[in-house]
Each structure stands twice: as C-alpha cells, then as structure tokens.
Design a protein around this ligand. Sequence first.
Ligand code: PMP
Length: 407
Amino acid sequence: MSQFHVNAAPPDPLFALVSAYKQDPSPTKVDLSIGAYRDDNGKPYILPVVRKAEELVKHDSSYNHEYLPMSGLPEFTSAAAKLLFGADATVLAENRVASVQTVSGTGANHIAAVFINTYRPEAYKGEKMVIYVSNPTWANHKAIMNHAGLEVREYRYYDSKTLRLDIDAILHTLETAPAGSAVLLHACAHNPTGIDPTQDEWKKIADVCERRNLFPFFDSAYQGFASGDLEKDAWAVNYFVSRGFEMLVCQSFAKNLGLYGERTGALHVILKDPVVASNVKGQLAKMTRSEISNPPAYGARVAAKILADPELFKQWKDEDLPAMSHRIIKMRKELYQKLVDLKTPGTWNHIVDQIGMFSFTGLSPEQVKRLINEFHVYLAANGRISMAGLNSHNVDYFAKAVHSVVT
Ligand code: PMP
C-alpha cells in the first residue's frame, strides 16, 4: 500500500483534443486546437531564416553543449530586450532593465510570478499577492499564477453579446483593485479572443494603472506574429514604458521564430533605478538556479544569431514573419467570405477584425461538440480556433461545417 494518496490528474483539455485528433481516422479531419503555425499543407513549419541560423550555429567554432550562465546567453537576452524596447531605448541605455533567459514564455510567466510574490510592490498591503488576469485568458495563466502562490482575480475583457472588448468592465475592475496589485496584460494578439485594445483604450488602461498604482505584468507571446510588424506589435509595451512605469514583460520566441519546443524566452523587469535593476537581475538568476540551474541553450543560440545578424534579421522581419501573419490574415478573409456567401446566420466580421493566431468564433459549446463529433473538426470548447490550422485545402470544408452547426 503506497503512503501517497494521489488522484489521477484530469487530462489537459487542449492536449486531450490534440490526441483525439491524432487518433481520428477521418480523412477530412481538421485540427484547430493548439496555437502552432502550420503551412498551407497543414504541416509544422521551420522558418527559412531559422534553418540558415541553425547551420551557422552548428558550424560555429564555439558550438558545444556546455551550460549557459544562470541568467542565460548574454547575447540572447540583450538582443531580446532590444527587440522589445528598441535598440536605442532610454531604459536600456540607463541600465534599468533586468533581463534573464527563461523556459520560453511559460517560464517567464512563472519566474515573474515568483518574483512579484517574493518582492511585492511597496504599495501592496494585502496578505496574499493579487494578480488580475483577463477573463478569458490563456488557459495556463491561472495555473501558473496559482502555482506560484498568487491570488488570481479577473477583469472582464470580452463582451460575449457584442463580441467586442469590454473596456468599461476592464477600467471599472482595475479602478477598484488594491494598490500595488499586478495586472496581467497581453502585449498583442490576445489569447484566446484575438481582440486587442485600441491605442486610445491602452491609454485609458495605463491611466487607471497609474492612478491606482498597479503593477503592469505584460505577456508578449506574439511580437511580429500578430500584424507582421515587430514594432507595431510592441506598441502597448513601449507606450507603458514611455509612461515611466516599473513593470515587467514576459517574452516568448515560440511563435514568432517557430521555436516552440526549444523553449526560448526571456523575462525583462523594468525598474526606475539601475542599482535595483542589477539586484533584481541577480535575484532572478538565483531563482533560476534553484529551479532549472540554467536555461536551455540551443534555441537561444539560434535566436541570438538571427537577432544579431543584419541579413538574417532582415529576412525574418521582411519575409518570414509577414509570410506567416499574412497567410493567417488571408485565411481570416477566406473564412469570412465563405460564411457570408453561405449566408450563415449571424455576423462574422469579428473573424476579420480579430488579430493573431486565434479567432474567438462565438460558437457555443454544443456547436463545438457537433463540429468535433460530426465533422471531425477539433477546436477548444470555448469556440477558439487556431487560424493557423486553416489552409486552402480545408477552409471550405470548415466553413460548411460551421454553417451546418449554426443553422
Ligand atoms: N502567453 C500566451 C498568451 C500564450 O498564448 C502562450 C503560448 N500559447 C504563452 C504565453 C507561452 O508559450 P511558450 O511557453 O510556448 O512560449
């Protein structure tokens, strides 16, 4: 008899969908579940610039499998910070950003949560550190925050009647948040809704964060992937920087470099004082040491090559990133047009208005069930589809399936 009483863990709903898709023998099956880019044949995609960088990394005389420093590959973390904040950013020139390499975006969120739980903003007087997350949000946010010991509260983000951002609800909730609370904000391409605040709405969110002394906790998982433009997708982050906030940014290279399984990411904490920034960096490295000793090397080496080499960077910025984001935008247009042509009941403008990897279709859980069971189309129960799973071969089938379950 074991001394442990452990119940079976419930299956992760999204990964359970992926395995159901894999087991489905239907030749017309469609996978719109996980947020990973697929090419027009539905195949995983290695960016051409990544292939080139990999060759360079492997032929580099310094290539080996030694450990990285605890805070990661310095060339990577500094290039990653420049990509987010701009090469000539004042906060970088003033040494006010503590950057460490993390286990992709998930690891950045985790270390960031542990950091704010350990070193709370001065204004925070509550017992348990509170973080506000959007409702809905990326399925893993709440689990990561709870696991790090934070209390998770929600702000309503999305109005399911209008299928739009609920800016009034966001502002109202933040207005009543205890001073010093953290507020998790998606830098761009909000997951799962695909709806971002406008610049004017971001200004209002910054106003309330400033007035209520809240701590902005940005999650940037899609820079360059949302619009195809790296600077545009970092606008909200840099707007908050320009307002002088102390804040943090979790950064993932899973989507924009397609380095999903290489776990390539960083955490950047912006502080008002360079001495504090240096201390924060040391403490983040110490936290990293006790959890993973040091972060994974390969993806960081590949990313650093691309970010540092002007030719490779240009190819990524001008060719590879726009190719991915434009294919997704094209799929949005085609899906929208097909639903309009089929005269599918309802309005479908949100499909083209939304941005990034995902679309929040507005389909009900019952309709989703029918799509899975009758049409072999796999999507999340909340109606979220990964646009990258659509292509010129299956968009017609998908539109007709949606039409059938809606009418
Ligand atoms: N944040 C958000 C909002 C995401 O959508 C994702 C990826 N699904 C991540 C973080 C982290 O992904 P990864 O750990 O693969 O970088």
